[in-house]
Ligand binder design. Structure first.
Ligand code: ASP
Length: 322
């Protein structure tokens, strides 16, 4: 009887604590380096979540191993709503790539909702002689065996896009992995690497400023953001059917109380309608999600479908890591 009473008091205390959530700053773990596209989405989202959650949100960059290090950190964090993960398509591609992942994608997280969809761009260092995709194709042909392609590690979006690119044009390049495409961009600007595929959220300003050469977008249609509207699709440039789309979602450790999950999901829906957030994202070529996938359960179904879609493609490419 006494034990029962203690348990109910504990449950009551936990319930009250949840009802007061959030009472301290919330950390959003970004599984890539600062200054990259996932980091940019996270920082803009943190700003848009500040009011609806009535809390301070802090970004922690835990880059490396294609996003799996940061995701592991969140999977193992206390399920109290104070440590969240903002991840991208790597959430769905890592299971096929990593043999010894320290977490289970579908079992170790609470799915809180999808945020946006972001196309990628194929870009090159500004000193490359090629200005169009046709000229790049000639340059690649003349430089076989000498081309460096940056990426954010196995399972990252840049890795997937690069894989698809190399298999489409039937040319192997030397891939150079970073902890995120933030530092990869620094090296591309410095001319240490030749090419990279990266989300428009990271490349739009560099393309606009003429700091990198842009050879095409990975979406099926041309984009409408002013800085990107003139850029042809890679499909148009001759890479028939080439299409890669990245998305970002928000996750909490498994076991996070339902009331806390509901508070975060509700705040997320408010943030997605925030005019400033929408404007900033649209200018960078990102499309804010407005459909049912903004709900946790629908987002989880979407990730399951992405795992089923990418698994065979990755396995066929024979790529994996321990
Ligand atoms: N764009 C990176 C990737 O290739 C991730 C990042 O740095 O945000 O997955």
């Amino acid at each position: 009887m006494k034990k029962l009473l203690t348990l109910s008091l504990l449950a009551l205390a936990a319930g009250t604590a949840c009802a007061d959530y959030p009472e301290k700053p919330i950390t959003i773990v970004v599984p890539f380096s600062a200054g990259g596209p996932t980091d940019k989405v996270a920082r803009d989202l943190a700003e848009a979540l500040r009011k609806p959650l009535n809390a301070t949100l802090v970004i922690e960059n835990v880059g490396g191993a294609g996003g799996t290090l940061g995701a592991t950190k969140v999977a193992k964090a206390a399920p109290d709503g104070y440590t969240l993960l903002l991840h991208h398509i790597g959430m769905a591609t890592s299971p096929a790539l990593y043999r010894n992942m320290q977490y289970k994608t579908l079992e170790d997280f609470e799915y809180l909702g999808l945020v946006n969809e972001v196309p990628m761009t194929l870009i090159g260092r500004s000193t490359l002689p090629a200005n169009t995709y046709a000229e790049l194709a000639k340059w690649m042909d003349a430089n076989k065996g000498k081309i460096n392609l940056g990426n954010a590690g196995l399972g990252s979006a840049s890795h997937l896009c690069g894989l698809l690119f190399q298999s489409t044009i039937k040319l192997d390049m030397t891939t150079v992995p970073y902890k995120g495409t933030g530092p990869a961009m620094t090296d591309l600007l410095g001319g240490q690497i030749d090419l990279m595929c990266d989300q428009t959220t990271n490349t739009t300003q560099q393309i606009e400023g003429g700091k990198v050469k842009a050879y095409g977008v990975t979406s099926a249609k041309r984009l409408t953001a002013p800085a990107l509207a003139k850029l042809p699709t890679l499909d148009e440039s001759g890479l028939k059917g080439f299409s890669v789309g990245i998305w970002h979602g928000v996750y909490a450790p498994k076991g996070t109380p339902k009331v806390v999950q509901d508070k975060i999901s509700a705040a997320l829906k408010v943030a997605l309608k925030d005019a400033d957030f929408q404007k900033r994202q649209e200018a960078l070529g990102a499309v804010i999600v407005t459909d049912a996938r903004t709900n946790g359960a629908e987002h989880k179904k979407f990730v399951e479908a992405e795992i089923a879609k990418w698994g065979p493609i990755i396995k066929a490419a024979g790529q994996y890591a321990d």
